[in-house]
Write a protein that binds this ligand. Structure first.
Ligand SMILES: [Ca+2]
Ligand SMILES: [Ca+2]
Ligand SMILES: [Ca+2]
Ligand SMILES: [Ca+2]
Length: 280
C-alpha cells in the first residue's frame, strides 16, 4: 500500500466509523452462547448488522464494527471480509456468516495427517464441503444434498487452504478443476473423478521419475521433473494421448510442446507436480 492509498484508506475508515457507530455491547467471544456455533454466529452477526439492519453486513459496517470484536490489520480486515462473502456481492449474509464460521470454529481435522487432496478421507472431505443451510434464519441446521457449489467450496478455504483466505482466483481454480461438466456444482462423481485424476497423474509422475508406478506421493520425492526425465520415449502423458503406438517415436517437438504448456511457474528449467496438476 503506498502512502496515498494509505491516507485514502484512513479517511475511508474514519468516515465509516462516523457513519456507523455501535450502540450495542460487543459480543463476548470467550463466553460462547451455550457453546453453540450457530447461536454465537447469530449474536455476532446481529452486532455487525446494526447500522443498517437489513440482514446483510456491508463493508462499511464491517470496518466500523468488526475491529471491536477482533483487532487486525486493515489488509486482514479486507481478506476476512472477502472470506465470508461467499457469493462475492460485497455483502455478508447471515447464511454466509454461519457457514464460514463453521470452518473457523468447527474445522474438520481428520485430513491433517494426510497429503492434499486427502484421498484417504475423501468421503469425509466431500460431506464437509457439501453443507447447505435453509434460508429461514430460524432453521440453520446443516443439510447435505450431494452438490457442492463454488460458495460451498469457498466456505471451506479456511480449513483446507488457510493461506489462501480471501483469494477468489484460487477458489475459481480449485472449483474449475473439480466441476468437470461445468454445471456450477461438484457432484459426488466429479469429486471421485478428481481423486482418480490425481492418482493417474501421480502414477505418470512416478513412472517418469523412475520411482515405480504408485498412484500416490512417494516419500522423499523432491517435486522436480528434469528435461531428461521428461523427454524419455516412455513419457506417459504423450504415450497416453497422441503416441499410443509404442512403435512410433515421439519427436522432440512434441516433448517441447507439452513441456512448455505445463511450465508455467518461474522455474523454466524443471516441472513441479503442481504445474502439471494445474494443466492436465
Ligand atoms: Ca446491514
Ligand atoms: Ca455475499
Ligand atoms: Ca458439475
Ligand atoms: Ca517450472
Amino acid at each position: 500500500m503506498n502512502k496515498l492509498t494509505f491516507a485514502a484508506t484512513a479517511i475511508a475508515t474514519a468516515s465509516a466509523t462516523l457513519q456507523c457507530q455501535s450502540t450495542m455491547a460487543v459480543p463476548d467471544l470467550d463466553k460462547p452462547a451455550d457453546g453453540d456455533m450457530v447461536k454465537r454466529s447469530k449474536l455476532i452477526f446481529e452486532y455487525l448488522d446494526q447500522c443498517d439492519k437489513d440482514g446483510q453486513v456491508t463493508f462499511t459496517e464491517w470496518e466500523a464494527l468488526f475491529p471491536a470484536i477482533k483487532q487486525m490489520s486493515y489488509d486482514d480486515l479486507i481478506l476476512i471480509f472477502s472470506a465470508f462473502d461467499l457469493n462475492r456481492d460485497q455483502k455478508i449474509s447471515l447464511k454466509e456468516f454461519v457457514k464460514t464460521n463453521e470452518s473457523f470454529y468447527a474445522p474438520m481435522t481428520s485430513h491433517l495427517e494426510f497429503r492434499e487432496p486427502w484421498i484417504e478421507v475423501s468421503n469425509q472431505i466431500y460431506n464437509y464441503m457439501d453443507v447447505y443451510r435453509k434460508t429461514s434464519p430460524t432453521d440453520l441446521t446443516p443439510k447435505h444434498d450431494k452438490r457442492v457449489s463454488k460458495s460451498d467450496l469457498k466456505s471451506r478455504v479456511p480449513v483446507f487452504w488457510p493461506e489462501q483466505i480471501g483469494n477468489d482466483d484460487f477458489v475459481d481454480r480449485q472449483f474449475y478443476l473439480r466441476d468437470y461438466n461445468g454445471d456450477g456444482m461438484i457432484d459426488k462423481n466429479e469429486h471421485n473423478r478428481f481423486n482418480y485424476h490425481y492418482k493417474v497423474l501421480r502414477k505418470f509422475w512416478n513412472i517418469s521419475k523412475g520411482q515405480g508406478s504408485k498412484t500416490e506421493y512417494v516419500e522423499g520425492d523432491d517435486d522436480i521433473m528434469t528435461w531428461v526425465q521428461w523427454s524419455d520415449q516412455d513419457n506417459p502423458w504423450l504415450r497416453s494421448r497422441n503416441f499410443k503406438n509404442k512403435n512410433v517415436e515421439i519427436p522432440m517437438a512434441a516433448f517441447k510442446d507439452m513441456w512448455n504448456k505445463f511450465n508455467t511457474d518461474e522455474d523454466k528449467m524443471t516441472l513441479s507436480f503442481n504445474e502439471i496438476w494445474n494443466m492436465w
